[in-house]
Structures are given as structure tokens and as C-alpha cells.
Design a protein around this ligand. Structure first.
Ligand SMILES: [Zn+2]
Length: 612
């Protein structure tokens, strides 16, 4: 056998499923889902078929035509990161019905008790499948190299409702006896107070884009193809609707740059604060952290990023996580082009500047393991969540920006449109991109050291820090801070969150405690409503040994579960000046752990373990 992907048990000699029909019964009391997955192959197959699973209990596998059992086994033991392969023994069969249930430890699912939600009255559950967590919801070929369509029938307790990154196929209805098949007994499926919702995704997607949420969800239209959904009360929905009112303008900007929007709807779901990412580009319905709602439309940049994935990532997908830059580097580039159109060039430059700083910091983080500073790293045996970084985003962005500078924006825009039209609905690798580049931009390999960019470590010499008056002013003010100078009120009068973020990120890693206190006394950064600013400041405060901010750090770590904030704050604490900070980190994690998504729990645990 040969693996198709270092992060999946999918065998390259086996057929790839083209459709899965899911039947899912949600048991909120037990934090589990009883389900069945009917997998359809492109043609009849004889022999083994390996699927990925993790934290799943497989009850039976059935031939849906004859009703006969299909033999199955687990040929190797459980790996904590990759799970264990489920092997089906098929004989001239083109479909298999797998009956299974998830477990409370299924890493893609976060189950929130009513107390952990904004509604306070109803439980909530949501998924996060990237990178390799779909296998903890249903057995599948969990590699982005494989794309499939799906249909899903969800059985929930009323009055909870579900949303999916898919099209709604029917109105909410009563359950029908017999329709669940072996997934669940009729006694459960048709028990009082249950309702069924149905969805369909008719465009082939990789499994990491499979997504749903269920709970008390309110909704409002904000554009012709955009509806905002939010867990909990109307207050959040109002704020979200205001923040994302410009969605349609962005979609139009994206279409002008990258070609038609192929997914129909572009809905937005605002999740509880435990959502581990800023946003997740689930097709037709982007998932978002509530921390992007800042009241000044700056959260629109995260939306621009997730929207850009509609072309780069969701239409053209990296074949494996080793080519993740094809998703994120392209999307970071596309995001900044959209921001430039809808918010102006200065915003896009500041965004690039923050990214440049972030990329340079990753070089320090991976100083002992420069493999992960490569655009195309070797990730054999590596948990993608563990090495998640800004490198594929920002080095990928820099690579594309470098090509743009070489051939000019007009020519590059033509190239990108052709690239998207050529590879849409395919999963490709870096080599495919490079071949396409060389064919369409003859001689590019003599002008840019493509090999150095793709295979080299560190930041290539022809990468570039952005240039703009505001950007340079902020960086020079940050440099003056080292001489003890705090910016004057008139110098920061028109700063928004991004300017502050850039300023703080450009300060030295640790400064005199008294300087931190005077900066905060003048500008109240620790209490900023903008988490980017607040967390950047608190990170500086902890690294500078300012113990008076420990309370604010603790409450922040207990309010949000976004890994962008958890990582730097926990890291600053464990690198702290004394044992006090390390103990604080451990205590906060012990108390806050249950409020984090399982993916974030794993990431914090590994930060603490490295410094125990
Ligand atoms: Zn992204």
C-alpha cells in the first residue's frame, strides 16, 4: 500500500468515495451522535478499502443492496493524532453503509452546556474539521486529496435548529419511522419533541470543509446571498449584522478579481467565544469567532479572508497539508486584494505589515526546527495542529507578491484568474502550481529563485516589508519607545485597532515594567475591546514581568477560546520570569479547559507540556 497523504490512511490504490449520505441522531445528554454513513464509490470494488476514524465506535458495516454484512477490521492500533484505519473487505461492491457513533472525545465536536452558551437555556454543538478532525465525526477518506458530495439528515430535539455548510434541502419536519435505517432505533428517532432537518452539498468538497452547528440560532439577511446566523440572543445578531453589512460588496470585489462565486450562498455563522479560530471557510457558510465583532467593521478583514477561500482553498484545494500554502498563501494574497478594493490601500498595507511581523516571529519560534519555515515542509508523522503557523500564510503571500512585482499586477491578475478557472474543484500540489506558473509565465524560473522560495528555509532575500507613510510612522514610533518615548495623543488620534496592534508588535519582546504601566495608563490597552490589541499588550506585559496584569490575563483566557489568543498568552506565561507564571498558566488551564474546543485543549496542553 502507498499512502496518498501523510495524514491519512487512505490508500492510493483504492477508489475514492464520491458521495456520502449521512444520518445523524444528536444525543445532547450523552454528547454523542448515533449515525450511519452510506459511502458510494465511483464503481464496484473488490478488496480492502481503508477509511480514517478516530474516537468512533463502529457497530456494523452493511451492503445497502443486499443487506448482508460487510466484513471489517481495524488493522492497526490507535494513534492519538491520526486515529486508526477502518478496513472494509468489499467484493464487487460500490457502496457500504457504516453504522457508528461518535464519542464525547471526538475532537471535531465541541458540546456546550446551556451555561456555556449565550442563550443560557439550550445546549449547543458545532464542528471544526480542519485539519484532520472529520474522521472523528464519521469514517471517511480524510484527506484533502479526496473530494466528495454529501447529503445529511439530522435529528434534533426541538426547539433546537441546525445550520450546515451546505444547502437546506427541505423545511424542518417530523421524523418518519424507518428512515433512520440501522443508524438509530425508531423509538429514539421518532421520540416526542424530535425534528428532522435535511441538507445537501452537490459540489465536491474535501472532508475538512464538512461543517454543522446546532442549538439556539437566530438569523437575519444582510445581503442578497448572505444571511448572518448567531448563537444566542438578538444583541449579538444585531451587532453581527452591522459588522458584516458590507459582505455583498466584498463578494462583488472577489468576483471581479477572481472570477464567478461558485457556491451560491455566502452565509456567516457567529459561534460562541470558544470557537478556536478567527474564521473557518466552510463553503456556503463561514464560521466565525465573536471576537471579530468590534463595532468598527474591522472584523470585515477576517470575512474577506474566509470569502477569499471560496476561490483559493475551497475551489482549488491543497492536495495534502504539506501544500497548505496553496490554500493559505493564496488566500492571504486574495484577502488583501479584496481589502484594498473595499477598505483602501492603507488598510491592505497595514494588514501586510502585521503579517510581515508575524512571519519574522515564526522564524524565531522555529529557530530549532527550520523545516517548518519551508513553504513546502515535510510533515510525515507531524500533527498539523501542532505546527500550525503564519508561515504558509505569510511566506505564501510573500511568494505570490514577489511574482506579482516581477510580472506586473495586470499580468498577474490574468494569471490568477486562469489558474482558478483551470484547477477549480481539484486538489493540487505545489509542483502542479509551479508547472502551471512556468508554462504561463515563460522564463519566470530565471527571474525568481523558485526552488529557494518553495524548498528553502527562512525568509528569502527578495521578500519585502511593505512601504507606506502610516506603516513607517508606526514602526518608527515603536522604535522610539526603546528610548522611553510614548506616542503623543495627537500622534495616535486616528489610530484604530490595527495601528495599535502593529505598534505593539513592533515593540521589543520585553521592556521595563514601568514603561508598560505608563503606556497602559495613557491608552488603556489592557481593557481594549479589540482582542488583537488587548492580547498583544497583555503578552508584552507578561513578558516584561508585570504581575499586576495577571488578573486581566486570567479573565481573557477564560473568556475566549480562539487559539490566536491562547497561544501567545499561555506561551508568555510559561516563558515567564519565575515559577509563579508557570503555575498560573497551569491553574488557568485546569479551570478554563472545559470551555475550550478539543483542538485548542490539545494545543494548550502541548505548550504546557513543553515547559513542565
Ligand atoms: Zn485561511
Amino acid at each position: 500500500m502507498a499512502r496518498l497523504d501523510p495524514h491519512s490512511y487512505t490508500d492510493s490504490s483504492h477508489p475514492l468515495a464520491k458521495h456520502v449520505a449521512l444520518t445523524l441522531y444528536f444525543d445532547f445528554a450523552a454528547n454523542t451522535i448515533h449515525g450511519s454513513a452510506l459511502l458510494t464509490l465511483p464503481s464496484a470494488h473488490t478488496g480492502h478499502l481503508l477509511l480514517d476514524t478516530r474516537s468512533l465506535l463502529v457497530h456494523s458495516v452493511i451492503d445497502p443492496v443486499s443487506g448482508a454484512p460487510i466484513p471489517f477490521s481495524f488493522p492497526s492500533s490507535d494513534d492519538p493524532v491520526f486515529g486508526r484505519p477502518l478496513s472494509l473487505s468489499l467484493s464487487a461492491q460500490s457502496a457500504a453503509l457504516i453504522v457508528f457513533c461518535t464519542s464525547p472525545s471526538s475532537s471535531a465536536l465541541q458540546w456546550l452546556s446551556p451555561a456555556q452558551t449565550a442563550s443560557k437555556a439550550y445546549p449547543f454543538v458545532y464542528t471544526q474539521c480542519q485539519s484532520i478532525h472529520a474522521r472523528s465525526i464519521f469514517p471517511c477518506q480524510d484527506t484533502p486529496a479526496a473530494r466528495l458530495t454529501f447529503s445529511a439528515r439530522l435529528n434534533l430535539p426541538s426547539p433546537l435548529t441546525a445550520v450546515m455548510a451546505a444547502a437546506r434541502a427541505a423545511d424542518t419536519r417530523d421524523p418518519i419511522a424507518g428512515e433512520a435505517g440501522p443508524a438509530c432505533s425508531d423509538a429514539l428517532w421518532c421520540s416526542p419533541g424530535r425534528a428532522v432537518e435535511e441538507f445537501v452539498m452537490d459540489r465536491p468538497i474535501p472532508t475538512y470543509l464538512f461543517a454543522f452547528a446546532a442549538g439556539c440560532i437566530a438569523s437575519r439577511d444582510v445581503g442578497p446571498r448572505t444571511r448572518v446566523h448567531a448563537e444566542g440572543g438578538l444583541v449579538l445578531l444585531d451587532a453581527a449584522a452591522r459588522e458584516f453589512a458590507g459582505a455583498e460588496d466584498m463578494i462583488r470585489a472577489g468576483e471581479a478579481l477572481f472570477g464567478p462565486y461558485e457556491w451560491g450562498r455566502f452565509d456567516l455563522l457567529v459561534l460562541p467565544p470558544s470557537f478556536p479560530y478567527g474564521g473557518m471557510e466552510n463553503p456556503m457558510m463561514v464560521f466565525l469567532t465573536p471576537t471579530v465583532i468590534k463595532g468598527d467593521a474591522s472584523g470585515a478583514q477576517v470575512v474577506a479572508h474566509e470569502l477569499a477561500h471560496s476561490w483559493t482553498g475551497n475551489l482549488i484545494t491543497n492536495k495534502t497539508n504539506e501544500h497548505f500554502w496553496l490554500n493559505e498563501g493564496f488566500t492571504t494574497y486574495a484577502e488583501r486584494r479584496i481589502v484594498e478594493v473595499v477598505q483602501g490601500e492603507e488598510r491592505a498595507v497595514l494588514n501586510t505589515g502585521i503579517g510581515w511581523k508575524g512571519l519574522n516571529e515564526e522564524m524565531e519560534r522555529f529557530a530549532d526546527n527550520m523545516e517548518f519555515t519551508k513553504l513546502k515542509p515535510n510533515l510525515e508523522g507531524i500533527d498539523p495542529d501542532e505546527v500550525y503557523s503564519q508561515v504558509p500564510y505569510e511566506k505564501g503571500f510573500q511568494f505570490l507578491w514577489r511574482i506579482e512585482r516581477q510580472i506586473g499586477r495586470l499580468a498577474f491578475d490574468v494569471f490568477v484568474k486562469k489558474y482558478i478557472a483551470t484547477f477549480k474543484f481539484q486538489s493540487i500540489d505545489t509542483e502542479t502550481f509551479l508547472e502551471f506558473l512556468k508554462v504561463n509565465v515563460p522564463g519566470i524560473e530565471n527571474q525568481i529563485d523558485l526552488k529557494l522560495w518553495v524548498e528553502g528555509t527562512g525568509i528569502p532575500p527578495d521578500a519585502m516589508e511593505p512601504v507606506s507613510t502610516i506603516y513607517s510612522k508606526i514602526v518608527s514610533l515603536a522604535n522610539e519607545f526603546k528610548q522611553g518615548k510614548i506616542p503623543k495623543e495627537e500622534e495616535v488620534a486616528d489610530w484604530s485597532g490595527q495601528e495599535w496592534e502593529l505598534y505593539i508588535e513592533n515593540l521589543p519582546k520585553s521592556v521595563e515594567a514601568s514603561q508598560v504601566a505608563s503606556l497602559d495608563a495613557r491608552y488603556q490597552l489592557a481593557e481594549s475591546r479589540d482582542y488583537e490589541v488587548k492580547v498583544a499588550f497583555l503578552q508584552l506585559a507578561v513578558s516584561s514581568g508585570c504581575k499586576e496584569y495577571h488578573g486581566e490575563v486570567e479573565s481573557t483566557l477564560k473568556q475566549v477560546g480562539r487559539m490566536k489568543y491562547l497561544r501567545p498568552l499561555y506561551t508568555a506565561l510559561v516563558h515567564g520570569t519565575g515559577d509563579e507564571e508557570k503555575m498560573l498558566a497551569r491553574r488557568i488551564f485546569a479551570e478554563a479547559r472545559d470551555s475550550y474546543h478539543p483542538i485548542a485543549q490539545g494545543v494548550v496542553q502541548s505548550i504546557l507540556a513543553k515547559h513542565s
